[in-house]
Ligand binder design. Structure first.
Ligand code: ASP
Length: 341
């Protein structure tokens, strides 16, 4: 009898103790309702409504739709958000319409120097490359930095050499330069006084940085961004796109973010991370946090641009302060939608 009582007390105390010290998971890995979400951007800026030829607008919306299809196929089949983000961005890097990969804008010297990054919200790991000139898909190089090195950011020749050593596709630097970008660069060059910075009209146009954020069926978030940067930038200039926390951020506990716009402002204000931080610590909704960063912080300081974001519950936000932002979204519960203005 005494023994049974002792055993009973032992079980009770043991159960109570294990309930008190149950480890709390560091990241949430399930949304509970098995939802997937994909959001993309093809850059903020560009002409005001009515200024772009309808035919050109159609080219952009068709490409955005194709990008959404590619990502949906992966996510709806149970694939990872990381794979969806990389695949979508690779497609947009290969598309000459966007300012990333082929079609990148050019430096003062007339060269394409590209930046890209990717972040895994589940592990918290990230990878990035800046000022690369030969790797065909900078986002894949960024993912290789994340998965195959102990580092986060590789730049310039070191990054190109690393991509080559890992067997990624390498191309001649001329591959990235399209006739349209070359003409825009020539015009910008003519408008620039020797020894002076390029006029802002030349630097600001055209836009077309690409980005993607996703939530997969397993509850994991990921984000990525890729760009040629800003027209007539100085050689060696890196924008916000390869800077984790500025142009790209993902954390399963809050949200995944990809930014586009005047990079220096986004870097100085840790734009992408600021969205997550406001959700985590100020308990704001994704929409309120994203709007606050784009309008109350960046626009207030003169920094134009936008961002796309998805949170751990599948809510999305796509605020922008520029005339336009090429963008699109689709989810397991909604039809694909693409917009420019
Ligand atoms: N944020 C990019 C950069 O500053 C440019 C852009 O998004 O248009 O390099």
């Amino acid at each position: 009898m005494k023994k049974t009582l002792l055993l009973f007390v032992f079980i009770l105390v043991g159960g109570w103790l294990s309930a008190q010290f149950k480890p709390v998971p560091a990241v949430s890995t399930s949304t509970g309702d098995n939802r997937w979400v994909l959001v993309i951007h093809g850059g903020a800026g560009g002409p005001a409504k009515g200024m772009m030829k309808t035919e050109k607008e159609k080219q952009y919306t068709d490409s955005l739709s194709k990008a959404l299809q590619l990502g949906s196929a992966i996510l709806s089949a149970g694939g990872s958000s990381l794979d969806a983000v990389e695949t979508v961005i690779r497609f947009m890097e290969d598309c000459p319409l966007f300012n990333a990969g082929k079609g990148s804008v050019l430096t003062e010297e007339g060269k394409a120097e590209m930046d890209a990054s990717i972040m895994d919200g589940k592990s918290g790991l990230a990878g990035a490359v800046a000022c690369v000139t030969t790797v065909k898909n900078p986002v894949t190089a960024a993912r290789a930095v994340m998965e195959k090195t102990p580092h986060v950011l590789l730049i310039g020749k070191g990054a190109d050499d690393f991509a080559k050593a890992k067997g990624l596709q390498i191309v001649d630097p001329s591959y990235f330069i399209t006739p349209e970008r070359y003409e825009a660069w020539k015009k910008a060059k003519q408008e620039t006084q020797p020894g002076q910075p390029a006029p802002s009209s030349a630097v600001k146009e055209p836009k077309g940085t690409v980005g993607c954020v996703a939530l997969d069926l397993h509850g994991n978030l990921a984000s990525g961004t890729s760009t040629g940067g800003m027209m007539m930038k100085m050689s060696g200039r890196a924008g916000d796109s390869p800077i984790i926390g500025a142009g790209t951020f993902a954390d399963n506990n809050s949200c995944a973010v990809s930014c586009t716009g005047h990079g220096e402002f986004f870097i100085r204000n840790c734009a992408a991370y600021s969205v997550a931080v406001q959700m985590l610590y100020a308990k704001k909704s994704l929409k309120d946090a994203a709007d606050f960063v784009i309008f109350d912080i960046l626009k207030a300081k003169g920094g134009e641009g936008g961002l796309i974001a998805v949170d751990k519950d599948g809510n999305i936000a796509m605020p922008f302060s520029s005339n336009a932002m090429f963008r699109g979204s689709v989810s397991s519960g909604s039809e694909p939608e693409v917009r420019i203005y």
